[in-house]
Design a protein around this ligand. Structure first.
Ligand SMILES: [Zn+2]
Ligand SMILES: [Zn+2]
Length: 313
């Protein structure tokens, strides 16, 4: 995390230690999410990934390199075909599957991205169209967010945000069908995801969100506008001269938390401080550790990367 610290932000801002921040440093990028989706849907070779994502060659090549370097993907020779290589998920990369499932759930629930309406995920165990749900690892029951307790974990603290590279939001526009086109706009933009994290923790005002995320004012204004426009946040004016707003989650925004939670669990597994995770989650109903995982609403079995197939209607 120490590479190329931005000296200005380092001096002025500290953000809460957060596995989500670290996870977003890897996957908070729209092209990367589209690549992961493509591989999840069965693409392995460069040409196929390019065709399904619609990304430019140079951009795709850059992100594949990054994903391989970060141990999300592995590059290997195709057996029997000299000089032909393909990409596959590492175990760490496969661990993102739960986050991807919840992105898919959220998009279906909120009817986003008409481009992917004909694509469906089937759960092979029961044969039904998959409706993913997050369940508690202790009692195996589905939970509401209101039924979850949060407390600081052993790794809680403050850190200076670091940036491997100053990066502009990469707009990806293709006509390729995608399961995740709408949620990629939030998750694929690190700032938007961090703004959501701040609001989830009860931070509502501009300057406080700025402090929590480390975003510069312009960046923050544009993200708050985009998130309000897309209906995950709503602004309420608490002061009129000059106008000051507080930001609240809509139901659509509240549901987004299931995605952030699964990303956090993944981040904890791979990027937490040596002392442990920064946040501990407890399921109030059963009293056990939440350790959430994703199961199928129909058969209640855990959903694994190999246990689903993509079908077209
Ligand atoms: Zn439980
Ligand atoms: Zn099932």
């Amino acid at each position: 995390m120490a590479e190329n610290l931005n000296p200005v932000l380092q001096a002025e801002n500290m953000v809460k230690t957060c596995s989500i921040w670290r996870a977003l440093e890897v996957i908070g990028d729209a092209p990367i999410l589209l690549i992961l989706e493509s591989i999840w849907m069965g693409s392995a070779r460069f040409g196929k990934i390019q065709e399904t994502t619609g990304l430019l060659k140079a951009l795709l090549s850059d992100r594949l390199k990054k994903l391989t370097h970060k141990d999300i993907l592995t590059k290997r020779n195709v057996p029997g075909l000299a000089k032909t290589t393909e990409y596959a998920l590492t175990p760490k990369g496969a661990g993102l599957f739960s986050t991807v499932l919840m992105l898919y759930w959220w998009e279906r629930k909120w009817g986003i991205a008409p481009a992917r309406k004909d694509l469906l995920v089937r759960h092979e165990n029961c044969g039904s169209i998959l409706e993913p749900q997050t369940v508690c690892g202790s009692c195996n029951k589905a939970f509401e967010l209101t039924d979850v307790d949060w407390k600081p974990g052993p790794g809680v603290g403050w850190m200076s945000p670091s940036y491997s590279r100053r990066r502009n939001q990469t707009k990806v526009q293709t006509d390729q069908p995608s399961l995740l086109r709408g949620s990629v706009e939030i998750m694929g933009d690190r700032w938007s995801a961090l703004v959501m994290r701040a609001v989830f923790t009860g931070i509502r005002r501009f300057d406080q969100i700025q402090k929590d995320t480390g975003a510069v004012p312009n960046t923050l204004s544009s993200r708050l506008k985009a998130l309000t426009d897309s209906g995950v946040l709503k602004a309420e004016t608490y002061q009129h001269a000059p106008i000051r707003n507080e930001y609240f989650l809509t139901q659509k925004g509240y549901d987004y938390y299931y995605i952030i939670m699964m990303l956090m669990i993944w981040g904890d597994q791979h990027f937490a401080a040596p002392e442990g995770p920064p946040v501990l989650l407890r399921h109030k109903s059963c009293g056990g550790d939440l350790n959430p995982y994703v199961s199928c609403h129909s058969c209640t079995k855990a959903v694994t990367p190999g246990g689903v197939s993509i079908i077209t209607e």
